[in-house]
Design a protein around this ligand. Structure first.
Ligand SMILES: N[C@@H](CCC(=O)N[C@@H](CS)C(=O)NCC(=O)O)C(=O)O
Length: 217
C-alpha cells in the first residue's frame, strides 16, 4: 500500500531539515519503506481538506490505505511498530524505547520549542534580551540531565531505536542556538544520528523537495 506523507510546500528553513516531516522520512528510511510526499501550502494547511486529516492544520500527516495519522510521535510509533529495526523485540526494552519517544516529545521538546520561538519571533522585542535566560535555562537543565543519563553510551538504551530517532530529531532543532555544543556528549550523539545512512537519505530528500521543485503558482 502506498504511504503518502505531507510536508510544507516550501519549508521556512529552506531545507535545513528542521521541519517535522524529516523525522517521519527518517523513520520510513530506517524501515526501508518507500513513500510519496504531498506538498501543502500554508493556506491549504488550514482548509477543510487538510483539516480532515490533521485537525490542527499542521504537517506532517501520514496516509496509508484508509489510515490517516497526524502527530509525529504517533506516526513514527506506527512505522516502528509494524517494521523490524526501530523497536526492540524484548518487551521491556521495547517499553523503554517507547518511553524515550515520549520523553523526547513531552519533556525535552517543549523547552526547546520555547527557545526556538523566542529566537525566531521575539528577537525584535524590547524585552527579548531579558527573557532569553528564562528560556535558555530550562533547556540547559534538560540537556544536562539527558547528557548525564546518556554518559558515554552510543544510544539511550542499547541499540538505536525510535526513541533515539525522536530524541536526535528534537535536539537537532537546537543546533542554530549553539547550545547543543555546550554538551559534547549530546552533540556527538546527534552527530551519530545524522551519520546514519537512513537519516542522510531523509535529509537529502527533504532538501531536494525544498530546493529542486519549481515554486508553486
Ligand atoms: N506535535 C506536532 C507538531 C506539528 C507541527 O508543529 N508542525 C509544524 C511544522 S514542523 C507546522 O505544521 N506548523 C504550521 C502551523 O502550525 O501552522 C507533531 O509532532 O507532529
Amino acid at each position: 500500500m502506498t504511504i503518502t506523507i505531507t510536508a510544507f510546500e516550501r519549508s521556512p528553513d529552506g531545507g535545513k531539515g528542521l521541519a517535522r516531516d524529516t523525522r517521519v522520512r527518517w523513520a520510513l528510511e530506517e524501515a526501508g519503506l518507500p513513500y510519496k510526499v504531498r506538498p501543502v501550502s500554508f493556506q491549504a494547511l488550514k482548509e477543510p481538506a487538510h483539516l480532515a486529516i490533521h485537525p490542527f492544520g499542521q504537517i506532517p500527516t501520514y496516509e496509508e490505505g484508509d489510515l490517516a495519522l497526524f502527530e509525529t510521535g504517533s506516526i513514527v510509533f506506527h512505522i516502528a511498530a509494524h517494521q523490524a529495526g526501530l523497536l526492540p523485540t524484548d518487551s521491556n526494552a521495547r517499553a523503554r524505547a517507547i518511553t524515550w519517544m515520549f520523553a523526547a516529545l513531552s519533556t525535552v521538546e517543549p523547552p526547546i520549542l520555547e527557545l526556538v520561538n523566542a529566537r525566531l519571533l521575539e528577537r525584535d522585542k524590547s524585552w527579548s534580551k531579558e527573557r532569553m535566560p528564562l528560556v535558555e535555562t530550562p533547556v540547559r537543565d534538560r540537556l544536562k540531565q539527558l547528557s548525564d543519563r546518556l554518559g558515554n553510551a552510543e544510544w539511550l538504551d542499547g541499540a538505536f531505536s525510535a526513541g533515539d530517532l525522536m530524541m536526535v530529531s528534537v535536539l537537532l532543532r537546537l543546533r542554530p542556538s549553539g547550545i547543543l555544543d555546550e554538551f559534547p556528549k549530546l552533540a556527538a550523539y546527534v552527530a551519530r544520528g545524522e551519520a546514519r545512512p537512513a537519516y542522510q537519505r531523509a535529509f537529502a530528500a527533504q532538501l531536494a523537495f525544498n530546493t529542486e521543485r519549481p515554486a508553486a503558482g
